[in-house]
Design a protein around this ligand. Structure first.
Ligand code: SF4
Length: 494
C-alpha cells in the first residue's frame, strides 16, 4: 500500500488497465477508480465534467508524487487552474511519471520555473482592435469567445486568459461588438472561433456566434479550434451540439491531438459523426518535449489521425509561454521529425511545421530543405543552452570555422552547388589550377590576387544554440530563421 492509499484507506488499485502497443484507436480505457460507473454515466459529458479532477488533493490520491513535488504543485494551484475529466485521466499510465498524457494535463513543479518566457508571447493583445478579436492576417480573424476549457493544457499559449486564475477579462468583452467588427470588415473571409474552448460555451451563446457568422456573406469559413474531441469526446455524443455546429453550414473543426494514445474508439465515433454532418477535420498539433518529440510517436500519431479521417494540418513549435519552457524543443528537433515524415509517409500525413514567431511576427513555415537542415549547416553548436554573445563566442565560432565546412548532403544542392563551389584544400586547388592551365594556358598574373576575406554569419538566438549557416548554399535563408527565433542576432565573424 503506497502513501496515498494509506492516507485514504483505499484498496490498492491495479493501474495496469490496458496500455499496450496496439495501433490506435485501440480499445476503450477506464481507470479502476471508475470501473463501476455505468456506461450511460461514463458517456454523459455532464457526469464527466462534474467528476473532473480539479485539485491537487484529488490528484495525490491517484498518482504517485514525491513530497517536494506535492509541495510545489500545491503552491501552483493558487495560480493555475486544473481540470482533467475522468475519460482523459484514464489515458494516463499512472506508473509512468513521464507519461505523455500526464505531462500535458497534470501540474508540474517545472511550471514555476520561468526565466525568459512571456505571458503573451505572440502579442495577440497588441493586434486586438476589439477586445476578444485578434486581426493579424488580412483575411482572417481570431475570436476568443470564452476562457473555459474541459482540460487545461499545461503548455497553453493563451494561459493568461484560460489557466491563470482571474486572468480572463470578462468585463471588456462584448460578443455583439466582436460580430460587428467581422461584419464591418469585408476582407475577412475566415473566422477562427477559439478560446478557451468554444465547445464549452452554453448552447445559446454558441448558436449566437455561429449563426451570426454564418449570416455574414463575406465569411466563407468558420473554424472552431477545440480540444473537446481530445479531452471530452462525450460532449459530441450530444446530438443537440452536433446540430448547432451543422446548422452553421460553414464550420470546419480544428482538432488538437498531440499523442497517438489520444485517438480512442470514442474519438473515432465522434469524427465519423462530424464528417457525416459535413464538417472537415484538421488537426493542429504542438511539438512537445517528452510527449511527441520522437519520430516513432509522431508517425503513429499521423497514422492514427488518418485512420479516423483527421487531416494533420499544422505542427506548431511550442510557444515561449510562461511556465511551459520545459515543453520546448529545439527547432532542429522539429525539422528532424519533418525529415522523418516526408517521403516516408503519405503526403496526407504530413503537417506543415510552423514557428509562430514571438512578438507577433506571424507564422513561419519551416521545411527541412537544404536551407534549414542540419546537414547543410556547420555543426559547430556550443554545448551550452545559454545564449552566447560577445567576442569570446565569436572567437570560438571562428575557430570552428577554420576546421572547414562540411559537405552539404541535400540532394538538390549537392550536384550543382558543390560541384561549382571553390575547392578548399591546397591539393584540390592545385588540381583545379593544373586542369585549367592544361585546358587554356594563360600568362601568369603580374599581381597576386588579394585573398578574399572570409566572412561567416552566425545566428545567436535569444535562447538555445548558436548556428552557422553554410555560406555556399544559395538557400541559406538565415535571416528568416533568425526572425523566427525572436530576438536572434546575426553576427559576422571574420
Ligand atoms: S484546450 Fe486549448 S485553450 Fe484550453 S488550455 Fe488547452 S490549449 Fe489552451
Amino acid at each position: 500500500m503506497d502513501e496515498s492509499e494509506e492516507r485514504t484507506g483505499a484498496e490498492p488499485l491495479s493501474t495496469s488497465y490496458g496500455f499496450d502497443d496496439e495501433e490506435p484507436p485501440g480499445k476503450p480505457r477506464r481507470h479502476p477508480l471508475w470501473r463501476d460507473v455505468l456506461d450511460k454515466q461514463w458517456d454523459d459529458w455532464r457526469w464527466q465534467s462534474q467528476n473532473a479532477i480539479r485539485s491537487v488533493r484529488q490528484l495525490r490520491n491517484l498518482l504517485p508524487f514525491s513530497p517536494d513535488e506535492l509541495e510545489a504543485i500545491g503552491a501552483l494551484e493558487a495560480e493555475y487552474k486544473l481540470a482533467i475529466p475522468p475519460y482523459y485521466f484514464s489515458l494516463i499510465d499512472c506508473d509512468d511519471p513521464r507519461d505523455p498524457i500526464r505531462l500535458q494535463s497534470v501540474t508540474s513543479p517545472l511550471e514555476a520555473d520561468s526565466s525568459y518566457e512571456l505571458d503573451d508571447p505572440l502579442e495577440e493583445d497588441k493586434d486586438s482592435p476589439v477586445p476578444g478579436i485578434t486581426h493579424r492576417y488580412p483575411d482572417r480573424v481570431l475570436m476568443v469567445t470564452t476562457h473555459v476549457c474541459t482540460m487545461y493544457c499545461r503548455f497553453c499559449t493563451r494561459k493568461r486568459a484560460t489557466m491563470v486564475r482571474g486572468g480572463w477579462d470578462a468585463i471588456s468583452r462584448d460578443d455583439e461588438r466582436m460580430i460587428d467588427y467581422v461584419r464591418s470588415h469585408p476582407e475577412v473571409r475566415d473566422v477562427i472561433v477559439s478560446g478557451g474552448d468554444p465547445l464549452t460555451l452554453p448552447y445559446g451563446k454558441l448558436r449566437f456566434f455561429l449563426h451570426s457568422l454564418r449570416d455574414i456573406p463575406h465569411v466563407d469559413v468558420i473554424r472552431i479550434g477545440t480540444r473537446v474531441p481530445t479531452t471530452l469526446p462525450q460532449k459530441l455524443f450530444d446530438p443537440e451540439l452536433v446540430d448547432i455546429l451543422a446548422s452553421a453550414e460553414k464550420v470546419w473543426i480544428q482538432t488538437h491531438f498531440n499523442h497517438p494514445r489520444e485517438i480512442t474508439p470514442e474519438v473515432a465515433r465522434i469524427c465519423k459523426t462530424l464528417l457525416r454532418h459535413g464538417m472537415p477535420l484538421n488537426n493542429h498539433a504542438v511539438l512537445l518535449k517528452g510527449v511527441n518529440d520522437d519520430l516513432e510517436t509522431m508517425r503513429r500519431l499521423m497514422r492514427a489521425m488518418l485512420r479516423v479521417k483527421v487531416r494533420p494540418y499544422y505542427l506548431f513549435h511550442c510557444d515561449p509561454v510562461t511556465g511551459a519552457g520545459h515543453f520546448r524543443t529545439s527547432v532542429w528537433k522539429g525539422l528532424e521529425l519533418m525529415e522523418g515524415l516526408r517521403g516516408h509517409m503519405s503526403g496526407l500525413a504530413i503537417p506543415t511545421y510552423v514557428v509562430d514567431s514571438p512578438h507577433g511576427g506571424g507564422k513561419i513555415p519551416l521545411m527541412p530543405s537544404c536551407a534549414t537542415t542540419k546537414a547543410c549547416w556547420f555543426a559547430t553548436r556550443p554545448r551550452t543552452n545559454r545564449p552566447r554573445y560577445g567576442r569570446r563566442s565569436a572567437i570560438a565560432a571562428s575557430a570552428s570555422w577554420s576546421r572547414g565546412p562540411r559537405r552539404c548532403s541535400c540532394p538538390r544542392t549537392t550536384s550543382a552547388w558543390h560541384a561549382a563551389r571553390p575547392a578548399r584544400s591546397r591539393a584540390a586547388r592545385q588540381r583545379r589550377t593544373a586542369t585549367a592551365a592544361a585546358r587554356a594556358p594563360r600568362p601568369p598574373r603580374a599581381v597576386a590576387p588579394r585573398r578574399k576575406q572570409r566572412t561567416q554569419r552566425a545566428i545567436v538566438p535569444r535562447s538555445g544554440n548558436t548556428w552557422y549557416p553554410c555560406r555556399w548554399c544559395p538557400r541559406a535563408d538565415s535571416d528568416r530563421l533568425a526572425a523566427s527565433l525572436g530576438r536572434a542576432r546575426i553576427i559576422a565573424i571574420t
